[in-house]
Structure formats: structure tokens, C-alpha cells
Design a protein. Structure first.
Length: 159
């Protein structure tokens, strides 16, 4: 199962859902897809199970059972997937599409990707290529301690 995480941001991220729908239609994605859609739950699809906001327990259970996570570039979503040693493709919400107030998710995704934790893409059109890399991708092991997270956050802030 592939879990798509859109977080709790109060703006929609329909571009990501449309691209995943397209990849399912083209049989690039053949697994079941479940979406934690939040404010994008109005999106209609015959190909994906779309859930609104869900409890933390249900959310973590979905993450535990997922073979792959495709997420927006939120730090919380990325770190939760890493906590459970999941392979992650992350796509930033972008200001130009009114998906966020600025492009900080682009920096977050690029930094986590550069460090080897995730496969980061700059745009939804790059998801298909990222999917072809997932099988051989060996994510850097997540270390659950504040010091590593603080160092990464400091690095993000400095850049």
C-alpha cells in the first residue's frame, strides 16, 4: 500500500493528487493508494481511498503498514515516516500554486533529499522518475534524538 500524506495545511494540494491519479490510470502505480487528504479531501477519485483528517493512532497505523509514503514537504510528515524507517518520496507545496505562503517546503525537501533520508522531487511531474528509484533506494537511518533534528533545522535556517 502507498500512503499519500497531505498534512493539515489549510490549503489544498490537488496537483499531487491529480498526478498520482494519472500514474494509477497509466498503471505506473499498481498498489492500493490511501490518501490522508486534510483540506484536499474534496478531491474525487475512483482510484484512491481518500480520508479526511484522521486520528494520530490511525495515522501511525497507516504509516506502519505502508510500503511507500508520498508526502508533501512538511517536516512532521517526513519525520514521522522516517521514524518508522519508510521509503519516502516528498513533493513540496509551492507558493506559485497557492499551496503555501512561501516555498520553505522546497528547501526542506531538498535538504532531506541531499542528506539521503528521502527521495525529493521539485515538482509532481518528477514522481514517476522517483518511483523508478524507490526499489534501490536505501534511506539513511533515522536517529530519534533532538540533537540531529536541531542540527538539520539549524542548517535549513542558515541556508
Amino acid at each position: 500500500m502507498i500512503l499519500v500524506i497531505l498534512g493539515t495545511q489549510d490549503k489544498k494540494f490537488i496537483r499531487l493528487l491529480e498526478e498520482i491519479d494519472n500514474l494509477i490510470e497509466r498503471k505506473v502505480i499498481k498498489e492500493k493508494v490511501i490518501v490522508q487528504a486534510g483540506y484536499s479531501s474534496s478531491y474525487k477519485s475512483n482510484n484512491m481511498e481518500i480520508l479526511n483528517l484522521i486520528s494520530k493512532i490511525d495515522f501511525e497505523n497507516l504509516i506502519k503498514t505502508a510500503n511507500l509514503i508520498i508526502t508533501h514537504g512538511g517536516v512532521g510528515s517526513i519525520l514521522t515516516g522516517l521514524k518508522y524507517n519508510k521509503k519516502i518520496i516528498a513533493v513540496p507545496r509551492l507558493k506559485k500554486y497557492r499551496e503555501h505562503v512561501n516555498d520553505h517546503q522546497l528547501q526542506i525537501v531538498n535538504n532531506f533529499s541531499k542528506e539521503g533520508y528521502i527521495i525529493g522531487v521539485d515538482d509532481v511531474k518528477d514522481i514517476e522518475e522517483a518511483l523508478s528509484k524507490v526499489k534501490d533506494f536505501k534511506p539513511k537511518k533515522y536517529k530519534s534524538n533532538k540533537d540531529n533534528v536541531l542540527k538539520l533545522m539549524e542548517k535549513l535556517i542558515e541556508e
